[in-house]
Structure formats: structure tokens, C-alpha cells
Write a protein that binds this ligand. Structure first.
Ligand code: SF4
Ligand code: SF4
Length: 190
């Protein structure tokens, strides 16, 4: 479009009240040094350091002491749930793998040996180092087979150790089955 073809907007009828003038506040000498803010920040830090209740809430002697995570909101290590018969609950639908934004789930499905489902996973790996713990996988799962638990003790000396395979994920379930982790009724309803 040529410049002479540019559509001309109708001139706006400005009123005096449409314009707000803001004056820059004058800083005092003390404010220009930023010392009141520095001392104010230090006072807050020391107040928290010596407040017994806050100290007890925030300091744990890890690893001797473990912090109790809030199950309803914390998303930690994954688990693969078992059904009532102790079999892996996953039906290898690939919904979690598809939904995962970090591409850290890798599934291989096979024909199920059981009559009540078509497929099951013969391989199910999650790269716990690559995961961003967003919870999209558990939201996507139609059978609540994958969940994020309140566990946060993720240690390993090699990258391979941090790739949790099907058996390891089932072991996490066996360890945490008494806990019903996060509750997201607005989305999952479980
Ligand atoms: S929590 Fe998020 S990033 Fe981690 S495996 Fe699930 S979908 Fe992927
Ligand atoms: S979404 Fe659920 S059922 Fe489907 S592959 Fe993932 S864990 Fe298995």
C-alpha cells in the first residue's frame, strides 16, 4: 500500500482529563544511597534467622531429616500404578508420551496377554532428569496409570540411573501406594 493510500484515522477529540501527568518523586540523600533498603532487607533476614517457629519450619538437616512435601500440590518422582490384580495399569495408549512437553517418556506397546485390554507396555521409560514435573502426563492418562508422587529423593551417579524404567516405576508405586498423591479435581477428578 502506498503511503498516500494509508487510511487516515479520524482525529480524536482529546479532553484535558485524558492526560495524567506523573511527577518523578524526589529521592532524599539517604534514599539515593539505598542504605535504608539494604538495612531493611538485612533486618528481615535476621528476623527470620532468629525466629524459632520460622527456623523450625524452614530448616531441615537433610539427609538425616526429610521434609514432608505437601501431597496435594507437590509433583515429584513418577510412579506407574498397578490395577487390582497387581498388573501394570497402563494400557499403552501413548497419551502421556504425546502430551509430554519435554519428550522424556518413551513407551513400547505390545498386544496384551490379558483379555480385558488390548495393549500393555513392554517398555516404559521416563528420563527423570529431562522431566520438568509439569504433570501433563498424569492429566493425559485416561486410566490414572501414571502419577507424580511426593517423593523428591532423586539421586544417581550416572544419567542412565535417572532413566526410570517400567520396573522401577512400579517399585515407586509399591513404595508409595498408601499415598494418594496430588489431587487435581478440576482436571482429573480423581
Ligand atoms: S511431568 Fe511433564 S515433563 Fe515430566 S514426564 Fe510428565 S509430562 Fe513429561
Ligand atoms: S497415558 Fe496412561 S495408559 Fe496411556 S500410555 Fe501413558 S500411562 Fe499408559
Amino acid at each position: 500500500m502506498d503511503s498516500d493510500q494509508v487510511e487516515q484515522r479520524p482525529a480524536r477529540d482529546w479532553k484535558a482529563t485524558d492526560v495524567i501527568c506523573v511527577d518523578q518523586p524526589e529521592l532524599t540523600t539517604a534514599e539515593r544511597l539505598y542504605l535504608p533498603q539494604v538495612f531493611g532487607g538485612l533486618a528481615t533476614t535476621f528476623r527470620h534467622m532468629f525466629k524459632k517457629r520460622v527456623r523450625e519450619q524452614t530448616v531441615v538437616q537433610y539427609p538425616e531429616q526429610k521434609r514432608e512435601m505437601r501431597k496435594e500440590i507437590y509433583r515429584g518422582v513418577h510412579r506407574l500404578n498397578r490395577d487390582e490384580q497387581g498388573r501394570v495399569a497402563c494400557v499403552a495408549c501413548f497419551m502421556c508420551e504425546t502430551a509430554c512437553p519435554a519428550h522424556c517418556i518413551h513407551i513400547e506397546g505390545a498386544l496384551s496377554p490379558w483379555e480385558d485390554r488390548e495393549k500393555y507396555p513392554i517398555k516404559f521409560d521416563i528420563d527423570e532428569l529431562r522431566c520438568i514435573y509439569c504433570g501433563m502426563c498424569e492429566e493425559a492418562c485416561p486410566v490414572d496409570a501414571i502419577e507424580l508422587t511426593p517423593e523428591y529423593h532423586l539421586v544417581g551417579s550416572t544419567r542412565d540411573e535417572m532413566i526410570y524404567d517400567r520396573e522401577k516405576l512400579l517399585m515407586v508405586y509399591d513404595r508409595t501406594k498408601e499415598d494418594k498423591p496430588r489431587k487435581g479435581p478440576a482436571v482429573t477428578g480423581y
